[in-house]
Ligand binder design. Structure first.
Ligand code: SF4
Ligand code: SF4
Length: 94
């Protein structure tokens, strides 16, 4: 599990320096191509062992921008993933 930055991100940069494991990248390095900051889920440790709460979410001024992927998300069904989504290699969350 990891945290997700959604499209309400205003690219303020407040979160990136708060991450203890450098899991966050800015819009220039966002692998999805979106013009927002991005959390690499394979690096994010949810701040366990570093902070009592996720430091990125605490620092973010945009309410609801950083969410936990377990909230409101369900695993996408293989049959529902389009060819375009596959070729883009974007995370698919329903
Ligand atoms: S929850 Fe912690 S480890 Fe994960 S991206 Fe946010 S600041 Fe980094
Ligand atoms: S703190 Fe929030 S709004 Fe600012 S760059 Fe990070 S995710 Fe985007």
């Amino acid at each position: 599990m990891a945290v997700i930055i959604n499209d309400t991100c205003i690219n303020c940069g407040a979160c990136i320096d708060e991450c203890p494991v450098e899991a966050i990248v800015d819009e220039d390095d966002n692998p999805t191509g979106e013009d927002t900051y991005y959390v690499h889920s394979d690096k994010c440790v949810e701040c366990v062992g570093h902070h009592d709460e996720p430091a990125c979410a605490t620092s973010c001024p945009t309410e609801g921008c950083i969410t936990w992927d377990a909230i409101g998300a369900s695993p996408a069904h293989r049959d529902d993933i389009t060819d375009e989504q596959r070729s883009n290699h974007e995370p698919v969350v329903e």
